[in-house]
Design a protein around this ligand. Structure first.
Ligand code: 28G
Length: 642
């Protein structure tokens, strides 16, 4: 492959002694959670990303342009790249090959523990030994020096010497591993989950082709995006209405860092910005995001002043004004990223702030001069946002400050609990008045409060802020929770530490739940991230036989119990519960609300982006995907405000 001059992370002269020896892989098997976060489905998929990151590193150094990921029928995974191949020369002090060292020695590079070390960019091989330690079998093939080299491992230990098994042209690395079922509670890979991340990596690395094959279902897909992150923005906006035709795409590259930004404004009201450092999603932003925001605000204000869009007496546009309705990706690459904060989701490298700020400022000013039509549409939107913000501030003050909260007036429909310690209190949001009535009767009055929600719940993605604050159900919800909203949201003021969505087990219930989730996701994300939001699990059936009675929560469970009765020739009767309203107050308590016996799902924002995509698909402007979704899941839908 040709040497390119302007790539980031230019590899330094390599020697096998670079690899630092730290500690044995036993530590990884003893405490896997420390190295891959968890041993459930999340940790399982993380193994794949660790290996793929190594190939992406090779791509970022300009030495690789194709990666093939394959899920095999036996739930093993292969990752192949056409990079330079992991070096196979012998390490002077360990007398092992570089390959064996990379695969069997937990080595330095990132910080270990938690998620800290999952860093792509200049940290070749850091995760490979962890994956190897947690796999029942691993096999690595390296094409290099005209030969094919192979070595195998089991649970971190070598099971064969490094061998030459043939000759070849070209170079590359293939790693195949079978996750250890002694470690993982889940060992079945989800194609959808891998697809999401693989697609994202392909968008973030323009010109890199990633194939994702699933031999279990004969699915073969290739991801390659010539336009890079501009395509990512287009995809995120596919169900929204853009106000200018093409995403604006800016970039700058030096020998030390690169920045790429793409964004497009839509008719929506929220800020959909995602930031990445070396292809790792920085959930909590950081210096690169700050740099982008500073430049965007300054640049749009400068343009508006210069072109008389803002008059001398007008206030500047605020950061919120210029971010309303934007969908943006900020992606930086640098050789030593520092990830900070509790979840390591924040980029700390201070030099990225000025680098991104200056790059975006220069390039965007140029773009606006050259595209006056786009500039006009964008600034009209920002000016409108500024005006609406004034109106919204007014409306919000009515609800959260001068309104009912301070005077202690809780919403009339709320049946509050008597306990005053929020950590003991639960608020149930219940769909419909009849279910609300049963819930009020059946609850534990000391600790459980009920807020019935009636009629249509507002679609908060599309409603303007002032309309949202005028909506009765939303106002009741905000006042009942007592913790404010948006930037004023204060999780320590929550009146209930558990908030439970209790909706029917049908499609309407699912839609109302989605609308409520959107609301919390957009306006009180901390409520979700700090674990306060739950979904109640009402039963789907009751099965009776003689004196026995079972509440059944899934179809699989129903079939299982029915099969048992059939096998023993007993008569049984299956009663289906379509809605909460069909249960008596006692039944609702017994099956769904009693903390001693109920199960509830805790809502997590596993990935803000995924949630955002589902929400915008269900609630965006484009009717087609929503119609498909609804047709797939239901025959009739009421109560949905679309
Ligand atoms: C297929 C699945 C995962 C990889 C490479 C290529 C090199 C490498 C990997 O070097 C040692 C230590 C720090 C640079 C680098 C080859 C330079 C020259 C490589 C992979 C060298 C590791 N020749 N491809 N590691 N580093 N692909 N794919 O793991 O200084 S790992």
């Amino acid at each position: 492959m040709d040497e390119e001059t302007s790539k980031v992370n230019q590899p330094e002269e390599y020697s096998a002694s670079d690899i630092q020896v730290l500690e044995g892989l036993e530590a990884v098997r003893k405490r896997p959670g420390m190295y891959i976060g968890s041993t459930d489905r999340r940790g399982l998929h993380h193994l794949v990303y660790e290996i793929v990151y190594n190939s992406v590193d090779e791509a970022m150094s300009g030495s690789c342009d194709k990666i093939i990921v394959t899920i095999h029928k036996d739930e093993s995974i292969s990752v192949e790249d056409n990079g330079r191949g992991i070096p196979v020369d012998i390490h002077p002090t360990t007398h092992k090959s570089a390959l064996e060292t990379i695969m069997t020695v937990l080595h330095a590079g990132g910080k270990f523990g938690g998620k800290a070390y999952q860093v792509s960019g200049g940290l070749h091989g850091v995760g490979a030994s962890v994956v190897n330690a947690l796999s029942a079998h691993t096999e690595v093939e390296v094409k290099r020096n005209g030969h094919i080299y192979k070595q195998t491992y089991s649970r971190g230990h070598v099971t064969s010497d490094l061998q030459i098994i043939g000759d070849c042209e070209g170079t590359g690395t293939t790693v195949t591993f079978l996750p250890d079922n002694q470690i993982f509670t889940e060992t079945v890979f989800e194609l959808d989950t891998l697809t999401e991340r693989i697609r994202e990596i392909a968008y973030l690395n323009r010109g890199l082709e990633i194939e994702l094959n699933d031999e279990r279902v004969d699915s073969y897909m290739s991801y390659f995006f010539e336009g890079g992150i501009a395509g990512f923005v287009r995809r995120l906006n596919r169900n929204r209405t853009a106000i200018h035709p093409h995403p604006i795409s800016l970039m700058r590259q030096t020998d030390k860092y690169s920045v790429e930004v793409a964004f497009q404004y839509t008719e929506n009201y929220t800020d959909n910005t995602f930031s990445f450092a070396n292809c790792v999603n920085t959930q909590d932003g950081g210096t690169h995001l700050t740099g982008f925001r500073t430049a965007l605000t300054r640049c749009l204000n400068d343009y508006a002043r210069r072109n008389g869009i803002l008059k001398d007496n007008d206030n500047n546009l605020t950061g919120d004004d210029v971010r309303e309705g934007i969908t943006a990706i900020v992606s930086v690459k640098l050789s030593e990223p520092q990830f900070e904060g509790q979840t390591k989701g924040k980029l700390g490298n201070i030099e990225m702030k000025t680098f991104v700020d200056q790059s975006v400022n220069d390039e965007l000013a140029l773009y606006l001069e050259e595209h006056p039509d786009d500039a006009k549409k964008i600034l009209e939107k920002c000016v409108l946002s500024a005006k609406a913000r004034d109106a919204a501030r007014h409306a919000r003050e009515l609800v959260t400050r001068k309104g009912s909260l301070e005077t202690g007036t809780l919403p009339g429909k709320l049946a509050d609990c008597s306990e005053k310690d929020p950590s003991q209190c639960e608020l149930f949001l219940v769909e419909g008045d009849s279910a609300g009535g049963s819930a009020k009767q059946g609850r534990n009055r000391r600790t459980q409060a009920i807020l019935p929600l009636r009629g249509k719940i507002l679609n908060v993605e599309k409603a303007s802020p002032d309309r949202m604050f005028a909506h009765e159900e939303i106002r009741a919800l905000i006042t009942a929770l007592g913790a404010g909203i948006d930037e004023d949201f204060d999780v320590t003021k929550l009146r209930y530490h558990q908030l439970v969505l209790m909706t029917d087990a049908d499609v309407d219930g699912a839609h109302i739940r989605t609308l409520l989730l959107t609301f919390f996701f957009r306006h009180m994300p901390q409520l979700i991230s700090e674990g306060h939001l739950f979904i109640a699990q009402p039963p789907l059936y009751k099965i009776k036989s003689a004196k026995e009675e079972h509440w059944v929560y899934s179809d699989a469970e129903k079939d299982e119990i029915a099969a048992k009765y059939r096998a023993s020739n007993k008569k049984y009767d299956v009663q289906r519960y379509k809605g909460l309203g069909e249960m008596s107050a006692e039944q609702l308590w017994e099956t769904t609300m009693n903390p001693e016996t109920r199960t509830m799902l805790q809502v997590e924002i596993e990935d803000a982006q995924k949630a955002d995509e589902i929400f915008s698909m269900l609630m965006g402007d484009n009717v087609e995907p929503r119609r498909n979704y609804i047709q797939t899941y239901a025959t009739q839908v009421k109560n949905l405000d679309i």
